[in-house]
Design a protein around this ligand. Structure first.
Ligand code: SAH
Length: 359
């Protein structure tokens, strides 16, 4: 692919994008070549194709999910995360069932039809408790979907939540590189268990979300290639990606943040590779760049997850420094969000926003 002088023939790069668009799987060295040569022109070429496939399946609709961050207690110690167990500076909180259900009611009034319960791995909420919460939400609002994002559990626990009415589950795989996984997590956590969880969730019948951080410490292009190869094989219904952002009270406090360009490029690639996927333009992307959220939508994303947590706890769910939670990231900002999306030719959809193969 390189000529005698070591220059890359840029036609090769464009044709790799065409190959992805026609459903082909790239090999490791092809992915690495593509990821090593991201340019503005190549990105524009990609984004246009990504928007075209998105429109084919979802039109100009953007789905909204109300995110309720209900606990920041966590038994895990992921090196990147601001609410890791060893961060003694984290100001811990838990929301009561009443407070959670109030968030849901408020969200429903604002037009949300998906509620995402996300938290650290907090054993205070046992399986019965989670099931009670899920079934109360579904009883109050049978027109709405419930998504859980509460980490690694057993098959039986996942099954119980599903039977209680949970529709979807978000569990980013974080990295599909086994060695890289060890750079991001302590010994007691395992890549194999995280993967086991994802396969269990799919087998049970959830709409499943995987995903990873872009530019996390020690991530090599080969690791991103592995992420993409894994995503193509696993075919999740949703893929959450966003730039890694350092948190000042974690072992990664000195590490550099992921880049806007690379994150956008990967959003475009994922859309092209999995045309029907539900793909959020994440808070982390909006945090690292002005208009990051809109740029994500223009690169191929079609989901936004505004924050529905009570305002007084929002700053405490600090996964990384400067995490946005108000303004357009806050559920109450939905009217301004609508306008900013209209300005780029998109519109908020009022429906649940299931994966298009299921509706
Ligand atoms: N405990 C749940 C929810 C984790 S928080 C679980 O294990 O799935 C949701 C996501 O935030 C994580 O999966 C991770 O990819 C992301 N995240 C955590 N720390 C981050 C950081 N410093 N920068 C960017 N994203 C981060």
């Amino acid at each position: 692919m390189e000529n005698k002088e070591g220059f890359i023939d840029s036609k090769e790069l464009y044709s790799l994008i065409d190959l992805i668009g026609s459903g082909n799987e790239l090999k490791m060295d092809e992915w690495v070549l593509l990821l090593s040569n991201i340019s503005d022109d190549l990105s524009e070429y990609l984004f246009e194709k990504a928007r075209t496939v998105k429109e084919k399946y979802y039109g100009n609709k953007v789905y909204i999910r109300g995110l309720i961050e209900f606990t920041n207690y966590c038994k895990n110690n992921c090196y990147y995360c601001g609410i890791r167990r060893d961060n003694i500076k984290a100001d811990r909180y838990r929301l009561s069932d009443e407070a959670i259900l109030e968030c849901v009611d408020r969200g429903h009034d604002l037009g949300f039809r998906t509620f995402v319960l996300q938290g650290g791995e907090d054993l205070y909420y046992d399986d019965d408790h989670i099931c009670r919460l899920v079934s109360s939400i579904k009883e109050s609002w049978p027109d709405s979907a419930v998504t859980l994002s509460i980490g690694e559990k057993s098959y039986e626990s996942y099954k119980a939540y599903y039977l209680a009415g949970a529709d979807r589950y978000l569990l980013r795989h974080e990295t599909a590189g086994k060695e890289h996984y060890k750079s991001l997590h302590p010994e007691e956590m395992s890549y194999d268990n995280r993967m086991r969880c994802l396969y269990d969730l799919k087998e049970i019948g959830y709409q499943v979300g995987a995903g990873f951080m872009v530019g996390s410490p020690d991530q090599r292009r080969e690791d991103i290639a592995r992420d993409l190869i894994f995503l193509k094989k696993f075919e999740p219904h949703m893929v959450g990606i966003g730039p890694f952002i350092a948190h000042k009270d974690t072992p990664f406090k000195e590490e550099k943040n992921g880049s806007l360009k690379e994150t956008l490029f990967l959003l475009g690639i994922i859309r092209l590779m999995l045309p029907k996927v539900l793909l959020p333009s994440t808070t982390a992307l909006a945090t690292i760049a002005k208009k990051g959220r809109e740029l994500g939508i223009m690169a191929g994303a079609n989901v936004i997850m505004p924050n529905l947590s009570p305002v007084k706890v929002r700053k405490k769910y600090l996964l990384y420094d400067n995490k946005l939670s108000g303004g357009l990231e806050g559920a109450e900002g939905i009217e301004i969000l609508k306008k900013s999306l209209e300005a780029i030719g998109s519109r908020i959809s009022a429906d649940r926003g299931d994966h298009c193969s299921l509706v």
